[in-house]
Design a protein around this ligand. Structure first.
Ligand SMILES: Cc1cc2nc3c(=O)[nH]c(=O)nc-3n(C[C@H](O)[C@H](O)[C@H](O)COP(=O)(O)OP(=O)(O)OC[C@H]3O[C@@H](n4cnc5c(N)ncnc54)[C@H](O)[C@@H]3O)c2cc1C
Ligand code: FES
Length: 512
């Protein structure tokens, strides 16, 4: 998953001619043995680390917007001034260097102190409200919120309650490199245990919340414990939809949401030869790719005629199908499973597929019960305002559970994307501290199939026109999903810059 960003290009400590650095241009060079991005914005010149702290993406191939550089891989944003990772999915800053101009040349001098604003828990005592913040959920949004609270110097109590037995981890990896055996276990946690200790984040694992008392300001757990809060973030995510067919509860029939699920799948896969994946959407197909990588015979069963057509359109659907077929996946489209037994899956036309492993990936359902029971406004998601606050003041929601007013589309959206959940966690954290920030990020997700990543910005539930620029088969394409003359979403393969420019345009309210 890491990029190959070995330092290359000019030695920036020896300087380069100022004329080589046009306004807005990026020069990739090196200093102190590290890849460094040098850029000019008007009269100012910046030098920061060129390697993204998420998965080591090449920042010099990203896009600069104001004094921020965005990573071409998964759109993390870094400040050119301080190196701070302003927006997820990266959290750690990149280094910064002092720059000097002299005799018509630009020199990169010494490295500056890290801008890490992260403060120990006691750094800035919360003299005023809030004193204690409870984060309900230890996934994408919960983790990002905890990190941001401490980065912003919040000195009160932070409790993270998670039903999961594992500390926050890289969930998207569970259906990709981790499942296929390409990512070692140590890549999976978002941070090691010392992070929570050093930052005074009380991480309570295996803790299932059963009720939120909005008046008494407490969260109750199944084991009888309860936690007081004066600000609460609900980030309980979603759970896989179960299939109501005979045999769906057999031990070799699995779903994939948690690290424990992925570990169990890996163990099963090691002892299996024939896998049937039910569902041809993102997770189903990523699982199919990972299991092929492990050498299993893989059949995908789904009722639609083309995989992913509803989200990406027919052309991408055909492309994705053929990509998987080239890797040996067999499709049974227009078909539903009727029943499962220990040896096979029987389809609705009576045909059978041998299976010693069955993975069901037919979508997820947001976990809304706690919010409903607590009397929060729920409408196919926990309804939040643009600051991500629910109908009860002081209670926020983020990630897969939240339905928020999207400023670009003018619609209320609830979206199941990793980066959206993390960025919402970050904005919710700022707003729990009273910052009054609007959540204005354009939704972004990526989906990995073999060596191809499909990157998607915006949200197009429907479209009346679909514009294709480039050649999908050559893995160089941008597809625009348009409605009433406006581009609602852009999906690309290997066009990171175009994807970033579309994201920036949407954030400025401009149709890309
Ligand atoms: C295998 C897989 C691959 C994915 N790949 C991608 C991808 O490539 N790109 C992409 O954009 N998105 C991807 N997603 C989707 C993405 O992971 C989710 O959108 C994201 O994790 C949502 O974050 P969240 O914080 O809302 O919820 P989650 O990350 O699911 O976290 C929810 C947390 O709440 C806890 N919880 C739930 N109920 C309770 C309770 N009652 N009490 C206490 N704790 C509770 C859970 O244990 C968990 O810790 C993938 C998802 C999966 C499962
Ligand atoms: S590698 Fe930069 S955002 Fe993922």
């Amino acid at each position: 998953m890491g990029g190959d960003n070995k330092p290359s290009g000019p030695d920036l400590k020896a300087g380069i001619p100022e004329s080589d650095l046009a306004d807005g241009a990026i020069v990739l060079g090196q200093a102190d043995g590290e890849a460094v991005l040098l850029t000019r914005r008007g009269g100012e010149i910046f030098a920061i680390g060129a390697t993204c702290t998420h998965y080591s993406g090449p920042l010099a191939e990203g896009v600069i917007d104001g004094d921020v550089v965005r990573c071409p891989w998964h759109h993390a944003c870094f400040s050119l001034r301080t190196g701070e990772a302003l927006h997820a999915p990266a959290f750690a800053p990149v280094s910064c260097w002092r720059v000097e101009r002299s005799g018509g040349r630009v020199y990169v001098r010494e490295k500056l102190e890290p801008s890490e604003k992260m403060q120990p828990a006691t750094a800035r005592p919360a003299a005023t409200s809030p004193q204690q913040i409870v984060l309900l959920g230890g996934g994408a949004a919960g983790f990002a919120a905890a990190e941001m609270l401490r980065r912003e110097g919040f000195g009160g109590k932070v409790v993270m309650l998670s039903a999961d037995e594992s500390a926050p981890y890289d969930r998207p990896n569970l259906s990709k490199d981790y499942l296929s055996g390409n990512a070692p276990e140590e890549w999976i946690p978002l941070r090691g245990p010392e992070f929570y200790q050093e930052n005074g984040i009380e991480l309570v694992l295996g803790a299932t919340a059963t009720a939120i008392d909005t008046k008494g300001r407490r969260v109750a757990l199944a084991d009888g414990r309860s936690y007081a809060f004066d600000r609460l973030l609900i980030a309980t995510g979603a759970e896989p939809v179960k299939l109501p067919i005979p045999g769906a509860e057999l031990p070799h029939v699995r779903t994939l949401r948690s690290l424990a699920d992925s570990r169990a799948l890996v163990e099963r896969a090691k002892a299996s030869r024939h896998a049937v994946v039910i569902g041809a959407s993102f997770i189903g197909l990523e699982v199919a790719a990972a299991l092929r990588h492990r050498g299993l015979d893989v059949h995908v069963v789904a009722p639609e005629q083309r995989p992913m057509e509803k989200v990406l359109g027919p052309q991408f659907g055909d492309f994705v199908r053929s990509l998987h077929e080239q890797h040996g996946v067999h499709f049974h489209l227009g078909r539903k499973p009727g029943s499962i037994n220990a040896k096979q899956v029987t389809l609705d036309d009576g045909s059978t597929l041998a299976a010693d492993l069955v993975v069901i990936g037919v979508g997820v359902r947001p976990r809304l019960e706690l919010a409903e029971k607590a009397g929060l406004t729920v409408d196919r998601g926990i309804v939040v305002n643009e600051q991500l606050e629910t109908s009860v003041p002081g209670i926020f929601a983020a990630g897969d559970v939240a339905r928020w007013p999207d400023h670009y589309s003018g619609e209320k959206l609830r979206i199941e994307h990793w980066v959206v959940a993390e960025r919402q966690g970050q904005v919710a954290a700022l707003n729990m501290l009273g910052r009054g920030e609007r959540f204005a990020a354009a939704p972004f997700f990526w989906s990995q199939h073999y060596d191809i990543s499909i990157d998607y910005v915006g949200h197009a539930a429907q479209w009346d026109r679909l514009d294709i620029d480039g050649d999908m088969a050559a893995h160089d394409v941008a597809v625009r999903y348009r409605k009433n003359g406006r581009t609602m979403a852009v999906a690309v393969i290997f066009r990171g810059e175009e994807s970033l420019k579309a994201e920036i345009a949407m954030e400025h309210g401009i149709s890309p």
